[in-house]
Design a protein around this ligand. Structure first.
Ligand code: ADP
Length: 218
């Protein structure tokens, strides 16, 4: 590591690979919420965003599915809720989130995929991030209509066989999204953090549109 500072600016160092290290940890983390109904493409886009911006991808759905597969206490507790397409109780999410954030120390922020899903969870996220000296940086919704969503999820059911991808459960998930999750749009609009892009189109085209929004904020 080459020190490039003089006595007047003692805190800037440059690594041999030119990554700037900030010993006082003053570079803010980029905490990005990818928002949208089930089947809007959050999972696919989150992976790409995480890679491009060196963020950790936190998918609460993936965490729950892993716990169900491994038959942990949490998995057993949430399995029937998820199979009905209902939401896991808010109070279970806080510990899961804190644990997931603690597992990543070498990233520049997080992509939240599938969280928060209720106003209470959004408030909990604010508390969790504030404790770490951080905040939500941007909330971006993928806009996809119900008809397209139902088609995509039924198609995914044939490919992946997810138990919550039957027509009846899909319809419940959309209802739950409209009732409990959509109100978050106004919550984040009031904070000036909300934006959206069209979620229908090619994966790369949508990704480029998301990146344009992120680059304006970063
Ligand atoms: P999708 O976005 O396709 O609906 P996810 O993989 O994000 O699916 O979530 C699957 C299921 O896991 C949800 O329908 C819900 O039951 C549960 N779940 C995931 N995240 C949360 C959350 N933040 N709060 C409550 N339940 C959640």
């Amino acid at each position: 590591m080459d020190k490039i500072s003089d006595k007047s600016s003692p805190f800037i160092y440059i690594c041999s690979d030119s990554n700037i290290i900030d010993p006082l940890n003053t570079m803010p983390m980029f905490n990005f919420i990818l928002f949208g109904p089930p089947g809007s493409g959050k999972g696919t886009q989150s992976v790409k965003i995480a890679k491009k911006y060196n963020l950790a991808h936190i998918s609460t759905g993936d965490i729950f599915r892993k716990n169900i597969r491994e038959k942990t206490d949490l998995g057993l507790k949430v399995q029937s809720i998820i199979e009905k397409g209902d939401l896991v109780p808010d109070e279970l999410l806080v510990a899961i989130l804190e644990d997931a954030l603690d597992q990543h120390t070498d990233v520049d922020g997080f992509v939240f995929d599938g969280f928060p899903r209720t106003i209470q969870q959004a408030k909990d996220l604010d508390v969790i991030l504030t404790k770490r000296g951080d905040a939500v940086s941007l909330v971006l919704a993928l806009e996809v209509n119900d008809e397209e969503i139902i088609g995509r999820l039924l198609n995914r059911a044939q490919l992946e066989g997810r138990k919550d991808d039957t027509r009846e459960v899909i319809e419940n998930r959309i209802l739950v999204y409209n009732n409990q999750t959509q109100p978050l749009i106004d919550f984040y609009k009031e904070k000036g953090l909300f934006t959206s892009v069209n979620g229908i189109g090619g994966v790369d085209e949508i990704f480029d549109n998301i990146c344009q929004q992120i680059d304006k904020k970063i």
